[in-house]
Design a protein around this ligand. Structure first.
Ligand SMILES: [Zn+2]
Length: 545
């Protein structure tokens, strides 16, 4: 087995991951080599300058990056940008964010949309995990609900994202020499960097089996992944020459923020003590190659973070008193076990967890009248007999629960002939069109909510978001002790439609240009940019030669 993409390795480090000792032993066998995968042979000849170098910081919201820059906690990025003129303008750089994330504001969906320029309903990647009706498969490139070593190893050893992203990637569209360090969305790049045995040995040694709850979080475990990502890119630049398009992915900072008590303060420290030095190593390699001039340096992220209570009451995935699975089961929808190999029979509903959201896919129960029948998942569920009863059962159970864990129960109703889909909200047991609900009940804290939900549920793969979409109360507008999320317990989560989760940074530096020149080259950059604008921007910057 060969390791083809690393992000799932990081999943092994999540404190919610079970069976860790065995899993890591086997993972060690998988990841013996690390180093570099050559995805094309021969690799493309470089054509730049201009070049583009992207620092992809997982889980660093726009506010978090801005505060770190203002506090002088990112001296490497600060010196690249030069003297500050105002909060968005430096001598050699500009901030053109915040850019609005897709919904849910969650890792795999957001990076896929960032590096394709298309919304989740078209990319086919609506979250960290999802059920696909067309093939009856549960896909979990970054598992949240599914656990167990076979799942983790399956994601380690398979080129999952290569086959799951349904639209062209930035690397395929740019068609220039591209190096990618660790980012799972890399189809079409020339070289892919993965971690080596030394870093892995550190990870394995530092990771206590089943480190959940009160175990102190070992920051070096996560930092080693980010440092390795930077080292590998620096090595590639030195050995192969600078690429036209380079992407350095830092997954460790997000995983650490999930797991650390005082998550936002710890993230600030991590930026200053780990991320800045990692960026410095890559930039030094570009400088040594004489390639810093002519290189656009972009810093962006997939989402931010919102602190949550670390307990089984607020973590709706574990032993919470409010159980989606138990509610569905008593309503006549036994739920698929949380495993990649759950077989095809015995269930009428499939759950996928996304932090602030959960997707529930429902069977047309007339296709499987006997308990042991496998259902025909290629057909949509019936509205009156399947979708409405399941949604009402969930809404009633959540409303009756003293903690009020859910904010909205949304229903996706496919259009005739598979065209478009209607989104509705359950109010007093009745489905109300989402637009009518929002007109009646303004929700300004849910940024561009209707449009971003349509990005998720419209398009050829809108069904990947399920038939009933549950949204928890999560976001800075909700008191911290009233925030709920679908996963095992963590200290911080995201995926909500609120600004803290949904505002990603986009800082652009170009050491040989002034801020005014940089803004001039951006062309008609939208006033309210989104993650869908990122790929077109990179293509435009690469084109300016
Ligand atoms: Zn993320």
């Amino acid at each position: 087995m060969r390791l083809r993409h690393l992000a799932p390795l990081a999943i092994l480090l999540l404190p919610g991951c079970r069976e860790t000792a065995d899993t890591l032993d086997e993972a060690a066998e998988v990841v013996v080599e690390g180093g570099v995968e050559r995805l094309r042979e021969p690799i493309r000849a470089p054509v730049g300058p201009p070049r583009v170098l992207v620092f992809a910081l997982d889980g660093v919201g726009e506010g978090a990056l801005r505060e770190a820059l203002e506090a002088g906690a990112l001296p490497t990025l600060g010196s690249l940008l030069g003297a500050g003129r105002d909060s968005t303008t430096w001598a050699h750089g500009v901030s053109v964010g915040p850019i609005l994330s897709v919904l849910p504001s969650i890792t795999v969906a957001a990076w896929t949309s960032l590096f394709t320029g298309r919304p989740p309903g078209e990319t086919g990647v609506p979250g960290n995990e999802w059920f696909s009706r067309s093939d009856g498969e549960f896909h979990a490139p970054a598992p949240v609900s599914v656990t167990g070593k076979s799942d983790a190893l399956a994601t380690l050893s398979d080129q999952l994202m290569d086959s799951l992203v349904a639209v062209p990637t930035l690397f395929e569209r740019a068609d220039v020499r591209s190096y990618v360090s660790l980012l799972p969305v890399h189809r079409g790049a020339d070289l892919l960097a993965v971690p080596g045995a030394a870093e892995l040995a550190d990870l394995l040694g530092a990771f206590p089996a089943g480190a959940v709850g009160e175990e102190p979080v070992k920051r070096q475990v996560y930092a080693a992944v980010d440092r390795a990502s930077a080292e590998r890119m620096a090595d590639l630049v030195e050995e192969e020459g600078p690429p036209d398009l380079g992407v350095v992915y830092f997954p460790g900072i997000d995983l650490y923020t999930h797991a650390a008590p005082s998550p936002l303060a710890e993230q600030r420290r991590y930026l200053a003590e780990v991320t800045d030095a990692a960026m410095a190593e890559v930039l030094a390699a570009y400088r040594a190659a004489g390639a810093l001039d002519g290189t656009w340096v972009l810093v962006t992220a997939d989402h931010g973070h919102t602190p949550v209570p670390h307990d089984a009451t607020h973590a709706l995935g574990g032993d919470s008193a409010f159980s989606v699975a138990a509610t569905l089961d008593s309503a006549g929808f036994p739920v698929r076990p949380p495993s990649l190999d759950a077989g095809s029979a015995g269930y009428r509903a499939v759950m996928a967890w996304q932090g602030a959201f959960a997707y529930v896919s429902l069977a047309d129960r007339s296709s499987c009248p006997d308990e042991d029948d496998p259902c025909d998942w290629t057909a949509p569920p019936r509205w009156d007999e399947d979708v409405l009863p399941a949604a009402r059962a969930l809404d009633r159970a959540a409303a009756a629960h003293p903690t009020q864990p859910l904010d909205l129960v949304l229903l996706r109703r496919p259009g005739a002939g598979g065209e478009g889909s209607e989104l509705l909200v359950l109010r007093d047991d009745r489905p109300v069109p989402l637009d009518a609900y929002l007109a009646d009940t303004p929700r300004p804290e849910l940024l561009d909510f209707a449009e971003r939900m349509r990005w998720l549920t419209d398009g050829p793969h809108g069904d990947h978001a399920g038939d009933v979409i549950l949204m928890t109360r999560l976001g800075a507008s909700v008191p911290e002790n009233d925030r709920y999320y679908f996963s095992h317990p963590y200290h911080s989560w995201h995926a909500s439609a609120e600004a803290r989760d949904s505002h990603a940074p986009l800082v652009i530096a170009r050491p040989d240009l002034t801020a005014a020149e940089i803004r001039g080259r951006l062309g008609s950059w939208p006033e309210r940019p989104t993650q869908l604008d990122f790929t077109p921007l990179v293509l435009q910057l690469l084109d300016g030669r």
